[in-house]
Write a protein that binds this ligand. Structure first.
Ligand SMILES: C[S@@+](CC[C@H](N)C(=O)[O-])C[C@H]1O[C@@H](n2cnc3c(N)ncnc32)[C@H](O)[C@@H]1O
Length: 237
């Protein structure tokens, strides 16, 4: 039976890979990984580089665009490349940052593979999600007791932020720090007081890591980030 393993690589620190993930990566003949541009190093690959020998590396380009046709043709093309490697009889591992089922390229590949290549058996090894790594670093409980939390990608329509914020105790924003200032304004308008806990993290698990925690009322422009690999958590006081 032809098999493909997807491995969640966690937030960036190779020591935060599971034992199962390391075993799968080290026995792979082909490692496939996502990258945003042709020639740009894959972040997922950089997490595991110190652990691998000399497997064949296949970079799959997923341009960061929102156009539906471009996205669909990208998923189709990359699924075909991946499936071809698996059907050659090779041990193939696909890498993704964090966990494969949270805002990951894997979600689309998995869907396409199931539909077009049902003969390929798929196994998925979960990874540590970036927001949980962040919570550990800043010592914030994301939810306790009866509290609720929401996870929001901050690069899409932000009109839902206010409604969600009214019904949530903890708001977690992923993807694209460029919109975090707009998001903070919306949170304040929906009742998050100056005493709310605010934390922001950037490039977690790497040498460029930045982690900050303060009151929401103390946040100013210099606190924020415009980086894509950023997380912001705001929790009611
Ligand atoms: C495409 S999503 C992937 C999420 C990933 N599957 C996970 O489980 O965390 C990318 C977003 O996750 C967050 N992220 C993932 N890894 C991160 C890291 N090492 N440092 C900061 N943010 C990270 C950022 O918000 C980034 O924009």
């Amino acid at each position: 039976m032809h098999e493909l393993v997807c491995v969640g690589c966690g937030p960036g620190d190779p020591e935060l890979l599971t034992v199962k993930a390391v075993k799968a990566i080290q026995s792979a003949e082909v490692i496939a990984c996502p990258t945003a541009k042709e020639g740009k190093p894959s972040i997922a690959l950089s997490v595991v580089e110190s652990l691998i020998g000399n497997p064949e590396i296949v970079n799959l380009v997923f341009p960061m665009v929102k156009d539906k046709d471009t996205l669909e043709s990208t998923w189709e093309k990359n699924t075909q490349i991946l499936a071809d490697k698996v059907l050659e009889g090779k041990k193939v591992v696909y890498l993704t940052v964090g966990d494969p089922y949270l805002y990951s390229t894997w979600i689309y590949l998995h869907r396409e593979l199931q539909e077009k290549f049902p003969q390929i058996k798929i196994s998925v090894i979960p990874g540590i999600v970036s927001m949980f790594t962040f919570a550990s670093k800043v010592g914030i409980s994301l939810a306790e007791g009866a509290e609720t939390m929401a996870v929001i990608p901050s690069c899409y329509d932000l009109s839902r932020v206010k409604e969600t914020a009214k019904n949530c105790d903890t708001m977690i924003f992923l993807k694209d720090g460029r919109y975090f200032d707009q998001v903070i304004k919306l949170l304040k308008e929906s009742g998050f007081s100056d005493d709310s806990i605010f934390a922001i993290g950037q490039d977690l698990g790497t040498t460029n890591e930045i982690v900050r925690k303060m009151r929401l009322g103390d946040v100013n422009e210099s606190t924020l980030t415009t980086k894509y690999f950023s997380i912001m958590v705001v929790k009611r006081a």
